[in-house]
Design a protein around this ligand. Structure first.
Ligand code: PAF
Length: 311
């Protein structure tokens, strides 16, 4: 039986330790086909082991690893999918330039104690065109949904496939893509997936920039300017104490656009659960558990960055 880092398996911290050497021999497995994934996970399920899935598009960074770490703590088996999903790109240039770093990704995942890295080809994921159209409702109509037609339908297509292939106990998503999590919850409800969707906090560089695979495309000069997005959002928490929603929105957009290379595509302050724009701060009170969230998309040169802040 292949031993893996699972519940009860000691994690290695002492390189000289005999048990540690033994466990270092246990390698992560890279899986390319749905059949192989199913075989490994069926065995795990038959043993009653919980499965944590971290869906990614690769070009992994510490933000992804924080999801993996959480999945590792909460599940017996951890699967990370690395797949640049063509159906969620509405802009062919964006798909073509999306960073692909498979070897480095595999090394990071192995070091993080992942059991299976699922790295399928496009034809393995889409043996035939996926023509499904999901009724994702209002959460998918605003912000990213309005700016990137078809994007969320593509996300729903690939994540529903990954859920069906993996049948995880839990699936992990980062809050940087705040709206995406609401869309995935909606898709999971529609499709009847009994999977716990776990949202994880945004990981930031020391200067505040939200970690993103797209950050590698920033020039050194743009990388210096980029943290101002988060700085301005943080400052807006103060502005919100005395200003209306409309005033805060306008001031955030002005502040970001005052940097020559930065241009705000949208800044919306929305209800965290319905994702609908609010007009007054207390609009969220009619939705139990909701709060105002500011979601921004900024072009820095031709690099599209997103971030958000909870008021
Ligand atoms: O957030 C992402 O990286 C992608 O949208 C996801 C969820 C992996 C689906 O391709």
């Amino acid at each position: 039986m292949a031993l893996r880092h699972g519940a009860g398996s000691p994690r290695c911290f002492l390189p000289g330790d005999a048990a540690c050497k033994f466990f270092l021999l246990i390698r992560m497995e890279i899986i390319r086909t749905v059949a192989d994934l199913d075989a490994r996970l069926s065995a795990a399920r038959a043993e009653g082991r919980s499965i944590g899935l971290v869906p990614t598009m690769g070009a992994l960074h510490q933000g992804h690893i924080s999801l993996v770490d959480r999945a590792r703590r909460e599940n017996d088996v951890v699967v990370v999918s690395v797949f640049v999903n063509p159906t969620q790109f509405n802009n062919p240039a964006d798909l073509a330039t999306y960073p692909r770093t498979e070897e480095a990704d595999a090394a990071l995942l192995e070091a993080a104690g992942v059991d299976y890295a699922f790295m399928p080809s496009v034809s393995e994921m889409y043996p035939r065109p996926d023509t499904r159209v999901f009724d994702l409702g209002d959460v998918a109509k605003v912000m990213e949904g309005a700016m990137r037609p078809g994007h969320f339908n593509g996300v729903a297509q690939v994540v529903s496939k990954l859920f069906a292939m993996t049948r995880p106990t839990r699936a992990y998503f980062g809050e940087k893509d705040f709206q995406q999590i609401a869309v995935i919850r909606r898709m999971a409800d529609l499709e009847g997936f009994d999977i716990e969707i776990v949202d994880c906090p945004i990981c930031r560089a020391a200067d505040g920039l939200a970690l993103s695979s797209r950050n590698v495309r920033l020039t050194p000069a743009q990388r210096v300017v980029a943290p101002n997005i988060h700085r301005i959002l943080l400052e807006s928490l103060d502005w919100a104490k005395s200003m209306s929603v409309a005033q805060v929105k306008a001031r955030v957009i002005d502040a970001i656009d005052s940097y020559p290379d930065m241009s705000t595509e949208y800044y919306e302050i929305v209800n965290s659960l319905t994702l609908q724009p609010i007009r007054r701060w207390d609009d969220v009170l009619s939705t139990p558990g909701a709060r105002p969230v500011g979601c921004v998309t900024v072009y820095l040169g031709d690099v599209r960055l997103i971030d958000n802040i909870k008021y």
